[in-house]
Design a protein around this ligand. Sequence first.
Ligand code: FES
Ligand code: FES
Length: 126
Amino acid sequence: MAYSDKVLDHYENPRNVGSFEKGDDEVGTGMVGAPACGDVMKLQIKVGSDGLITDAKFKTYGCGSAIASSSLVTEWVKGKTLDQALEIKNTAIAEELALPPVKIHCSILAEDAIKAAVEDYKKKHA
Ligand code: FES
Ligand code: FES
């Protein structure tokens, strides 16, 4: 299958690969798996004292579309509030990356990972 230019760009030059330290109180971690293919995505957000997401990192064990989707959302969440991050829809990711129908679940993985990271952060600070 041919990947779009934007998928290739993120796949070849992924943004924000890596992870933050586990014990960091300002970090929320989301780990999700795709039932359709078994791919796994870990996405972390770092939140500043003003409640804005200052940084994000990801590690994705999966296909090019999943890597591109997670790379893209780490860029999108920076500077957002937690509530704004929760509004990121997989449809927007899929549209931005021009994902074909069989790769839509890869963008859903990224949306789920963001939600899980925000939930984790909120749980820590409840
Ligand atoms: Fe998961 Fe493509 S099916 S890597
Ligand atoms: Fe399953 Fe992309 S995450 S094929």
